[in-house]
Ligand binder design. Structure first.
Ligand code: K7E
Ligand code: CUA
Length: 650
């Protein structure tokens, strides 16, 4: 049965009256009722379509920045349309953006991004986090971590480019990151799998004495928009497999909370009769939520109470324990997820092998620490709070609660992996019954509109499902993941759109109001180096183009504009070191060119006004066309030139 409003619209169409624009039938395909019948759509389907459909030219209200998992990228998605707006390359080369193919980005990707001198061309992106001012997304920067290689990247949202990668010198893998403190003073990256700090070697039987975790506080310079590595520091942690982390806010500002799942210190078996990590790490009933007082930590660092490992100042574990920079409280079975409520009053932790979420009271924990009320110490001398005294309560959620996000009405939404559900519950009134919504399938992370801020927006939640089984046309054995948009504005939750993610395995995402982004349309004036935000000293204006030869060094100062490169012939000798300085003279919206040199693995993107710089050795002799890779004008094909490399001895 159709709702009265829809019937009214249908009736008006059939009467031949001019219907309101939204009700216009699909032309060739017949009227709405016929299309619904033909495609087997229910009224709910049509309503969901109306809530998410974006007519051509209509913009989205929200933007999601989703991790691309081991695709190493970021996926930008519009809400409610669930259209992919962009990929942002971060830890791996990507040709469309000219990322990692000879231009300035090589420095970010291959030099800054090298770990221990080893070049790395992929990453495992887990948790994108937007920069915040007073606990609210400010739309300026995005930070992501690389679980596989313990790195953090800084993405500038004005041009959506990766501007910096910092390589963690202490740990060999991370997970809790890249979370920000409420004013983005720090970007926090915490370890996952323990190893000797600073890439030292120790046999596995020294696991308890020599293996460690760490929480790194990367100092963010908001004026420069870069992490200041020299001003950053860390806290040494026991080898407990630290997991998710979150920063306190409002009343709990100054604290960071990290959960852990291997307080058993199970380090695998290697045939020595010990259990595999999987069961070895699940022996204890309780692991430890780590409570880090980072403001105290900052003061200790300033007072010089640190040791230096691979150039980074580290608060030693015994100092962190004695000074209560680090304190523990028990957390039930195989914890995952660690999410501070918008009001900062609690931390919600899920348990992969539990049916509850646990609500830790941040004020109670602060108070217990201040009063010195502890129930014991761990083997490393870290004080432990009494579990019952530290919590506000627990909530029965379902099998395998993982992550929790929040809305504007006091509700929490928890992803439940084993049950494949999103469970809505009131974190201010634990007696209120829960509401459960089935999702398809095996949800991991979950995100909500402005959900990690002090003032979430409500309305939208996105379930980030690990499995998609029967949802999409079969694409072979490697299936896409499935994002499901959930409308939370009504009396019950409803899935209103499915979106296959065919590139990467997203872990987390954040959703920001679209009008909070301050993206540019061109680099102004022409010749801006996007990595310095300054006009390059090597940029050229029209008429200044030239080729300068200095022995075996050749500098080409080239301009780029519809539809030519100037100069368009470059003659060098085999073995010369060539630098091409490119300046886009364009300022018009969407007038992007590309510059690719055939056979030389060189490819950069030239957005309006951008400066690029390519340095290479002309080691292969021959005639190599270079050309514009973007179809920029009617004479785009003509936008080309030649690199002529004269053979040695010719
Ligand atoms: Cu945030 Cu996937 Cu890294 Cu949970 S983890 S799902
Ligand atoms: Cu410039 Cu095509």
């Amino acid at each position: 049965m159709l709702a009265p409003s829809l019937l009214l619209l249908l009736a008006s169409c059939q009467n031949g009256e001019a219907p309101p624009p939204a009700a216009t039938s699909s032309g060739g395909g017949g009227d709405l009722a016929a299309v619904m019948a033909e495609r087997g759509l229910t009224e709910d389907d049509v309503l969901a379509a109306a809530k998410t459909y974006a007519p051509s030219g209509k913009l989205d209200d929200y933007v999601i920045f989703a991790s691309g998992g081991h695709g190493g990228n970021i996926i930008v998605i519009g809400v409610p349309s669930m259209r992919i707006l962009k990929y942002i390359s971060v830890f791996g080369p990507e040709p469309w953006q000219g990322y990692g193919y000879g231009g300035l980005s090589d420095d970010v990707l291959y030099t800054q991004g090298a770990q221990g001198g080893k070049e790395i061309s992929w990453g495992d992106v887990h948790h994108p986090n937007l920069s915040e001012t007073a606990g609210d997304y400010d739309g300026n920067f995005l930070f992501v971590n690389d679980k596989a290689n313990a790195r953090v990247a800084v993405v500038d949202l004005k041009d959506m480019m990766t501007k910096q990668i910092v390589a963690n010198p202490l740990v060999m893998s991370d997970h809790g990151g890249a979370f920000v403190t409420p004013n983005t003073d720090y970007v926090v990256e915490t370890s996952q799998y323990a190893a000797p700090l600073g890439n030292e070697y120790a046999t596995i039987d020294k696991y308890q004495t020599d293996y460690r975790g760490a929480a790194v506080f990367w100092k963010f310079d908001k004026t420069k928009g870069r992490i200041d590595e020299a001003a950053s520091w860390a806290v040494e942690l026991p080898p407990y497999a630290q997991d998710l982390a979150d920063a306190g806010k409002l009343g709990s500002d100054g604290f960071v909370y990290i959960n852990s799942w291997d307080t058993e210190m199970s380090a695998g078996s290697e045939g020595k009769g010990k259990p595999f990590m999987e069961s070895g790490a699940s022996q204890n009933d309780m692991d430890y939520l780590h409570i880090i007082d980072w403001k105290k930590g900052e003061a200790l660092v300033a007072a010089g109470k640190t040791k230096v490992i691979k150039g980074m100042r580290v608060i030693p574990l015994d100092v962190a324990a004695a000074e209560h920079v680090l304190t523990f409280v028990g957390e039930p079975k195989s914890p995952h997820g660690c999410d501070v409520t918008p009001d900062g009053s609690a931390v919600v932790v899920g348990g992969k092998l539990d049916t509850h979420t646990t609500l830790y009271d941040t004020a109670k924990m602060k108070d217990l620490i201040a009063k010195g009320q502890f129930t014991g110490k761990d083997p490393y001398g870290v004080d432990i709070l009494d579990f019952q005294s530290a919590i506000r309560g627990q909530k029965e959620i379902g099998l395998g609660p993982l992550h929790t996000v929040y809305d504007d009405k006091g509700y929490a939404y928890t992803s439940v992996f084993l049950d494949s559900t999103v469970v809505k519950w009131n974190y201010k009134n634990l007696d209120e019954p829960t509401e459960s919504l089935g999702v398809q399938y095996n949800i991991g992370h979950i995100t909500a509109a402005e959900g990690d801020t002090v003032s979430p927006d409500g309305h939208y939640v996105v379930a980030m499902n690990k499995m998609s089984q029967d949802r999409f046309t079969n694409m072979g054995p490697l299936l896409p993941q499935n994002f499901q948009l959930i409308d939370t504005s009504g009396p019950t939750m409803k899935v209103i759109a499915d979106m296959p993610i065919g590139l990467g395995e997203p872990h987390y995402a954040q959703m920001i109001k679209a009008d909070k982004l301050h993206t540019i349309t061109a680099y102004t004036p022409p010749g801006i180096n996007p990595y310095t935000d300054q006009k390059s000293e090597f940029a050229v204006a029209s008429g200044e183009e030239r080729i300068v030869r200095n022995g075996k060094k050749v500098d080409v100062y080239m301009s780029v504009i519809r539809s030519h490169f100037t100069p368009d012939n470059i003659e060098v000798n085999q073995g010369d070191e060539v630098t091409i300085h490119l300046t886009s003279l364009e300022q018009a919206l969407d007038q992007t060119h590309g510059f690719a040199v055939d056979m030389y693995n060189i490819n950069v993107s030239m957005e309006p006004g951008k400066y690029e710089e390519i340095t290479f050795k002309a080691d292969r002799a021959g005639v190599f066309p270079f050309y514009c890779t973007e179809f920029c004008s009617a004479l785009h094909l003509e936008m080309m030139g030649y690199l002529l490399v004269k053979p040695e001895g010719a």
